[in-house]
Design a binder for this molecule. Structure first.
Ligand SMILES: [Zn+2]
Length: 206
C-alpha cells in the first residue's frame, strides 16, 4: 500500500491505459466521474497522464473522499405492485413495531434484499416465495396497483441487480418475492430472533 502524501504539480510515472505505455504523470485536482456514471467526486488529487490528460492513478489521500461521495449517491427504485403487496409490507412494519410508519418499508426491503443478495438467505427461498406469492395472489386484470418508491444506496441497487441477474426475474418480481418472504417470516412465523433484530432497526430509524 502506497501511503505517500502527494502534492499538486508533483511528477510521477504510471501506466496509462489509453496511451498503452508507461508515461510521466502529474498530480492535479480534478472532478472524477464514477466508472458506472452514477455521479462524481469533486476536486480530488489524482495523477494525470502528461500525454493524453486521462486519470492514471488515484493516491490514498483521495480514497476516503471517493468512498464518501459514493455512499451519498442514491438510486430511485420504483415498482408498480398489486396493492396487497404494499399491505403485506406495511403489516410487517406494524408487526415489528406498531408505531412504525411507511418509512419502515425501506428498512425491511433493504434488510431482506441484502440478505438474499449476499447469500445469507438462500436463493431457493426467494424463488419459492415467488411461486407461492404468484399462486396465492392471482393478479386480475384491472386490479388496484400501488407504487413502491424508495431511494437506495448504490450498494442496495447492486443487491437488486444481483438478484435480478441470478434469478432471471424482473425487478418487480424480485420485489414481490422479497415482500412475500417478509410477510411469511414477520407476520406469519413471527420469528423471535428476526423480530428482535428488526425492532432494533426500527428504534434506530425512528
Ligand atoms: Zn495517456
Amino acid at each position: 500500500m502506497n501511503t505517500k502524501l502527494y502534492e499538486e504539480g508533483e511528477k510521477s510515472k504510471a501506466i496509462c491505459s489509453s496511451c498503452q505505455q508507461i508515461v510521466t504523470s502529474t498530480f492535479a485536482r480534478r472532478d472524477v466521474p464514477f466508472s458506472d456514471g452514477n455521479g462524481e467526486v469533486k476536486n480530488i488529487l489524482v495523477s494525470v497522464c502528461d500525454l493524453c490528460d486521462q486519470v492514471v492513478a488515484i493516491p490514498g489521500q483521495s480514497t476516503p473522499a471517493i468512498r464518501e461521495a459514493r455512499q451519498k449517491v442514491v438510486k430511485p427504485i420504483e415498482a408498480q405492485l398489486p396493492a396487497i403487496y404494499l399491505d403485506m409490507l406495511d403489516l410487517a412494519a406494524f408487526t415489528v413495531d406498531s408505531t412504525n410508519s411507511t418509512e419502515f418499508r425501506k428498512v425491511l426491503m433493504v434488510f431482506y434484499l441484502h440478505r438474499f443478495a449476499s447469500g445469507e438467505y438462500p436463493r431457493e427461498r426467494l424463488l419459492k416465495a415467488h411461486r407461492t406469492a404468484v399462486e396465492r395472489f392471482k393478479e386480475e386484470r384491472g386490479a388496484a396497483r400501488r407504487r413502491l418508491s424508495m431511494k437506495v444506496s448504490l450498494r442496495i441497487a447492486d443487491d437488486i441487480k444481483t438478484l435480478v441477474d441470478n434469478t432471471s426475474m424482473s425487478q418487480t418480481e424480485v420485489i414481490k418475492s422479497v415482500i412475500y418472504q417478509i410477510q411469511t417470516d414477520v407476520v406469519e412465523a413471527r420469528k423471535p430472533a428476526l423480530l428482535k433484530e428488526l425492532s432494533a432497526l426500527s428504534a434506530i430509524s425512528a
